[in-house]
Write a protein that binds this ligand. Sequence first.
Ligand code: G6P
Length: 370
Amino acid sequence: VSAAKGDYKHFMQKEIFEQPRALTDVLRGRIDLDHGAVLLDELTFRHQELRQLERIYAIGCGTAWHAALVAKFAIEALARLRVEVDYGSEFRYRDPLIGERAAVLAITQSGETVDTLAAMEEARRQNAKSIAIVNAVGSQAARLADGGAIYLHAGPEIGVASTKAFTTMLVASYMLALRLGAVRGVLSADEVRRYIQALIELPGKVERILERQSIYEELAERYHGARDALYLGRQVNYPIALEGALKLKEISYIHAEGYPAGEMKHGPIALIDRDLPVVCIAIRDSVYEKMISNIEQVRARGGHVIAIAAEGDTLMASKADYVIEVPPTLPLLTPVLTSIPMQLIAYHMAVHRGCDVDQPRNLAKSVTVE
Ligand code: G6P
């Protein structure tokens, strides 16, 4: 097993560093920059069916559920198609009204998560098609997906905490949103081309984030004794705040909560004291100013701010205790980049605390029983 890790200490670390490659592979053969088109030939829908779709139910568990939250932003923004997000474990128990012109989008690394599969079966019972965004080739989810299986081509993911599967799920979701947006006449070829160009540039930008490692060891050194941590994000980066908190919980056993920053005043603000690290995703987007004021509120109460910020944001250096920079991209695509510091913070904290990073206690890589 150690041979398979190569020069890396853990599978999770190896898989984090494989992301530039994985993000390149998920795009391969699916995009046509010259014509401004996303192909996704694996979808079995006729054009007419795609045009008539009225709703998508995006379903997943754990990290895949966070990908579903991002998919909602992408599909609603790019295809103007309504998306509801559900946990696999909740969907079938709420007697969902799927309806005829709806499809289920099941997102799953393993393709074997029982609750996600049950949601696909519920769709079938109600005569709705399902699409799977899935990593494991030939898995149950891939076979159940009568609307088509979009493979991530991320390669095997061994670490229990999902990393490269998550970021490739995001890219697969963007491609699906672009395809829907084009078919439904919401996006022009030029607009699709702009997104494709930005998607192509993501692997190199992830590479750039991965080159800067020393900050994470510094953070682990400083905060490994924390009992709790708070993660704040807004809009499309709110799911990434949730994902950052989940990662930290899963592998370092530090209690963490992800929150939409605007909700902080309705609860989590009571937790802020001198011992609380607060990870804030504060890139230059439409909610940047609001994030800045949230950061000021945290600092005013003695909390420590670790900001994930845009490259060259000099203002942030004066506002936060630590700044981790990410390169610029289109606002909707920023989660692919902001996810990387989330993974690395959790990884280094867990290593510093001596935790079993690849096999955290009580967790399974895929949950195949209810
Ligand atoms: C388990 C794993 C998580 C994963 C979730 C969903 O809880 O520990 O890392 O996100 O299952 O798995 P899936 O294979 O459906 O993506």
